[in-house]
Design a protein around this ligand. Structure first.
Ligand code: 13P
Length: 407
């Protein structure tokens, strides 16, 4: 359970604190909290997962904490090579110090933790420290944000398919997950990518990707990390919205079929799918009503109610689309039937405008941080179905869509 005491937040499993931090930036002693919180209630019958996985209760508590209403995930787990491409937008060299300064700007944004419950990091960042020597992991915890880790190692071409991909990273994964847990990570992410085209996604691509997602999820849960399961159906293509809905539904059905085959506990995962949009090259732009109603229908058909949170990726939508579609998704007729939190795990929609505002200049840091918190707040309001007024992004309507990236 999560207990809020004054400006502090603690997450308890039994009488064990798995995260304890202060919004005001103070570290809070765990023993000090024990007197004032009630232990987590066992609301589920103890089954095979609970008996065989020593982290079972902690995993469920972590997943519930991250998917709580009004909060979402900051996806800041770009590999060093992708980070380099982002930094190049503002003419910054891809050097460790620049990557560090960029992530430090994000994680120290005032009040970010009011709207963000988890931040996904790349391996370098998980072990990195701010300029003053404070580990990033501690900075996040002090904001009430769970540290997470991207554990896949990128995409590789799937032979004898039409430019389809498999995701790599299963080799050595149990040991890496154990090390990441020790370093403070409490959740993980693995991105599987499917593309729509003539004959795509092929059965081979669906089976390969959904199998790998399930193996990864099983390994993560065994190591105490809540797996974010991300079967991303790309925006690439000129297909209509019905096709995206059909293919996404199919991919989700295989995803959950494989998760079930591998005994992954659905109460202790988070799903990170795409919203249902027509292909980026389809001639008519979608209305937010279409995106929201197709997306809700697809999730209701494909995602079991045991999953606590659906954290959409922004996938190249504009900053305004990402927020407005999420808001509508939480307010349209039928959304009251949603058993999960419909929320966000945005990368580009939270970062690109902030990066451009900063441009690597110390004098712009405060303005950039204020923008990040405003974007996080807008999406938090959208999760609650309460977003209104002007979008805070200076380039709200510009799409952040790029063609398929292999890293
Ligand atoms: P976008 O929101 O930029 O799609 O990134 C989310 C993500 O983590 C993709 O793996």
């Amino acid at each position: 359970m999560a207990a809020f005491v004054g400006s502090s937040v603690s997450v308890f499993v039994g009488d064990r604190s798995v995260l304890s931090c202060s919004r005001a930036g103070r570290r809070v002693s765990e023993s000090g909290r024990r007197a004032v919180v009630t232990p987590v209630k066992m609301t589920y019958a103890a089954g095979i997962f609970e008996k065989s996985n020593p982290y079972a209760d902690e995993l469920k508590a972590t997943a519930r904490y991250i998917s709580q209403r009004g909060r979402g995930i900051l996806a800041s787990d770009e590999s060093n090579s992708t980070t380099g491409k982002r930094l190049a937008i503002v003419d910054l060299e891809n050097e460790e110090v620049n990557r560090r300064d960029w992530r430090e700007l994000l994680y120290t944004a005032p009040d970010l933790g009011k709207y963000i419950s988890g931040a996904i990091m790349f391996e370098e960042t998980l072990y990195q420290k701010a300029a003053d020597g404070t580990p990033f992991v501690d900075i996040l915890k002090d904001q009430g944000i769970f540290p997470g880790i991207k554990v896949d190692t990128g995409l590789t071409a799937l032979p004898r398919t039409d430019a389809e991909t498999a995701t790599t990273g299963l080799d050595g994964l149990p040991d890496r997950c154990a090390a990441y847990y020790k370093q403070g990570a409490r959740f993980a992410k693995w991105r599987a990518v499917l593309r729509i085209g003539d004959g795509c996604p092929s059965d081979a691509a669906i089976i390969e990707n959904c199998h790998a997602l399930a193996r990864y999820a099983q390994i993560s849960q065994a190591a105490g990390l809540v797996p974010i399961v991300e079967p991303e159906v790309l925006l690439d293509g000129d297909h209509d919205i019905d096709r995206t809905a059909y293919e996404t539904e199919k991919v989700l059905s295989y995803t959950f079929r494989f998760l079930n085959e591998y005994d992954v506990c659905l109460d202790a995962i988070l799903l990170k799918p795409n919203m249902i949009n027509p292909g980026g090259d389809y001639p008519t732009p979608p209305t937010p009503q279409d995106v929201a109603s197709y997306t809700l229908r697809t999730m209701l058909r494909g995602v079991p109610g045991a999953v606590p949170g659906i954290h959409f990726l922004s996938g190249g939508m504009s900053d305004a689309e990402a927020t407005e579609n999420l808001n509508l998704l939480n307010t349209i007729e039928g959304s009251e039937r949603a058993p999960w939190s419909l929320t966000f795990s945005y990368g580009r929609a939270l970062q690109i405008a902030v990066l451009k505002t900063w441009s690597g200049k110390p004098e712009n840091k405060e303005k950039a941080q204020t923008l990040l918190t405003a974007l996080a707040r807008a999406n938090s309001q959208a999760q609650l179905g309460k977003f209104e007024g002007e979008h805070p992004s200076p380039e709200a309507k510009t799409r952040n869509w790029q063609p398929l990236r292999l890293v």
